[in-house]
Each structure stands twice: as C-alpha cells, then as structure tokens.
Design a protein around this ligand. Structure first.
Ligand code: GSH
Length: 200
C-alpha cells in the first residue's frame, strides 16, 4: 500500500498527482494533511521529518520525499519514461527550474500568511518575485522547444508552477511579454490530469 500525503493547493503535490493520472497509477491513496512552516500535522512530521508535502508513505520502505524523488520513484514504478534517458539532464534541469519558481512563489505566500504584517519585508518579497521572473524569462527564451516535445516530468512541473502563479499570484500578470509560454500553458492546462487537479 502506498499513501501520498497531500493538500490540493500545493503545486509540489500537484506534480505527483498529475504524474499519477498521466501514468494510470490509481492504486495510490491520496491522504489530505496540513503542512505549515510553523508546524503542520503531527502525523506528517512523524513520517516526514521536514514536515513538507508531498511525502509518500510505503509499507515496505522509508517514506519518500521530496517531490522530485517521489516523481522519479513513481515514474520508475510505472516504467512510464517521464525521465527519458536521452534528455535526462535537460528534463531534470527543467524540473528544478519549475520547482525553484514554485519555491519562491510558495514562500512569498507564507511570508504574508505566517508572519504578522509588521514583520513583512517588501524587499525580500520583491527579490523572491525576481527569481520567479527570471525563471519565466528563461522558460520563454530557452525552453520552448523542449516544452513542445514529448511529455516528460519537466513539462509537468512547469505546468504546475505556472498554474500555481495563476492560483496565488494572479495579480502579477506573469504572461506579459511571454506569449509563447502563455500559449503553451493554455494548452497544457487543458490536459485532463491538470483539469482534475485544479485547486481553484
Ligand atoms: N522541495 C520540496 C518543497 C515542498 C514544499 O515546500 N511544500 C510545501 C507545501 S506547497 C510545504 O509542505 N510547506 C510546509 C513547510 O514549509 O514547512 C518538494 O519538492 O517537495
């Protein structure tokens, strides 16, 4: 038995759920938990010491994290080829770029939700958005041909990162000046796996 510790808004969890749907692995139980930098569910902390989701509990081995490890494990389990050998370094780098965009976007949300307003530090928030912005520019400039290739885990991660920006940072107009990326995302977001995991 395998259990995915989950929460619908998390873009990192969404990567895993999209992979599960794309690869037809419907035997993984999805269990909702609360994760929070100031302390989430005790059951999550007990099995995943960093207290972050996604985490993948297995009966016959240690709990797996983070999302990249879990995706690699589930891809291997299904022999799905979402980490293709012939472009493995590109795929892993693209996934890391998308994860970095998610990281900066997620911790900006935490800054405003977990800290009292008098402790918000705008230059730090601006610097996080700069990371997102540079990441988006790199996608538009360097990664469009990879994004239009056969489905892989890099594309899934980018799709989840961009949809998270719509979900939590909709006021920031990430599409401006990035027409190719916006057009790609419009089509990617129509995949049934993305529609089914849409948290909004
Ligand atoms: N590098 C991790 C990041 C996971 C992550 O930051 N998840 C957030 C939810 S979107 C979380 O669990 N936050 C709780 C915390 O920071 O303690 C991954 O790829 O899985």
């Amino acid at each position: 038995m395998i259990r995915l510790l989950s929460s619908p808004p998390s873009p990192f969890v969404r990567k895993v759920r999209v992979l599960l749907l794309e690869t037809g692995q419907d035997d993984v139980e999805v269990v909702d938990v609360t994760a929070h930098p100031m302390g989430g569910d005790a059951s999550l902390n007990a099995t995943a010491p960093l207290g972050k989701i996604p985490a993948l509990e297995r009966d016959n081995g240690p709990t797996l994290f983070d999302s990249g490890v879990i995706c690699r494990f589930l891809d291997h389990r299904a022999q799905a080829g979402l980490y293709p050998e012939d472009r493995i370094w590109e795929t892993l780098t693209l996934e890391a770029l998308a994860d970095g965009i998610m990281d900066a976007a997620v911790i900006s949300v935490y800054e405003m939700r977990a800290r009292p307003e008098e402790f918000w530090y705008q230059p730090w928030l601006d610097a996080q958005w700069e990371k997102v912005s540079r990441g988006l520019d790199a996608l538009e400039r360097q990664w469009m041909s990879h994004l239009h290739g056969p489905l892989d885990m890099g594309q899934i991660a980018v799709g989840c990162a961009l949809s998270y920006l719509d979900f939590r940072h909709g006021d920031k107009s990430w599409r401006d000046g990035r027409d190719s990326l916006a057009a790609w995302h419009k089509r990617f977001a129509e995949r049934p796996s993305m529609v089914e995991t849409d948290p909004s």
